[in-house]
Design a protein. Structure first.
Length: 238
């Protein structure tokens, strides 16, 4: 499998003092987000990092982990979907896409090895999110996720009433052929479309069928200063 690591963002919801570097270089207890996932990277022989904001600051660490660097020069006008498909011509195997603002248990790699399009979802997400924000903000920030017989039937959009049992974590596995189909499909979409809305559209248009894999190990998403505070207190990130 090939890894695509999405690291073009600047972290617009973080305080200004954290924006001197790309978001993936935010430090949690003296180790950056990208360094925190070093063990996960070792599962891939071919690795691609998509940079954008202050991309020159990722040159050394990308070389350390043997990443091929691709630059999203339009990072300020596009989204992660656009960044992801910049790597299209480099793909000759199944693909794992990973957001650059998450930290997670390396054991998730075991969920990605079957010959399917896979979307891991976290079972204990709500317990974690309650540390990040109050109930009102959870309803506004979390995304809808519907599953039927281990197949994703809907992802993204606002939650109307009931909180979902699971939450998408920012890790996706695409079969090689599916990735290319979606790349062609993306050409017809708004370049600013966000990831979950794009994936949901692909599901709706029957471009992809996602098998879901549920897990309950740790996962941190860094969007705000409070997220950094919560992560720094995590027993997994000492």
């Amino acid at each position: 499998m090939i890894l695509i690591y999405l690291a073009a963002g600047k972290g617009s919801r973080l305080p200004l003092k954290f924006r001197n570097n790309p978001k993936c270089l935010v430090k949690i207890n003296n180790k950056s987000l990208i360094e925190r996932n070093e063990v996960f990277f070792k599962n891939f022989k071919k690795k691609i990092i998509i940079t954008g904001y202050k991309n020159f600051k990722l040159t050394k660490i990308a070389k350390r982990y043997n990443f091929k660097i691709l630059i999203n020069k339009s990072f300020s006008k596009t989204n992660m979907v656009y960044s992801m498909f910049i790597a299209r011509k480099k793909i000759n195997d199944d693909v794992v896409v990973c957001y650059g603002d998450i930290i997670f248990d390396n054991k998730v790699i075991k969920l990605l090895k079957s010959n399917d399009n896979i979307l891991p979802v976290n079972v204990n997400w709500l317990k974690y999110w309650r540390k990040r924000m109050n109930k009102k903000k959870i309803l506004l920030d979390a995304e809808n996720l519907e599953i039927k017989k281990n197949i994703i039937t809907h992802i993204g959009g606002k939650i109307e009433k009931k909180l979902p049992n699971y939450q998408f974590t920012g890790i996706i596995k695409f079969k090689k052929k599916t990735f290319q189909i979606l790349a062609n499909f993306f050409k017809k979409q708004d370049i600013k479309i966000d990831m979950t809305n794009f994936l949901n559209l692909c599901i709706k248009e029957k471009k992809i069928k996602f098998i879901t894999k549920k897990y309950n190990s740790f996962w941190h998403e860094i969007d705000t200063k409070k997220d950094i505070t919560v992560a720094r207190k995590s027993k997994h990130l000492i």
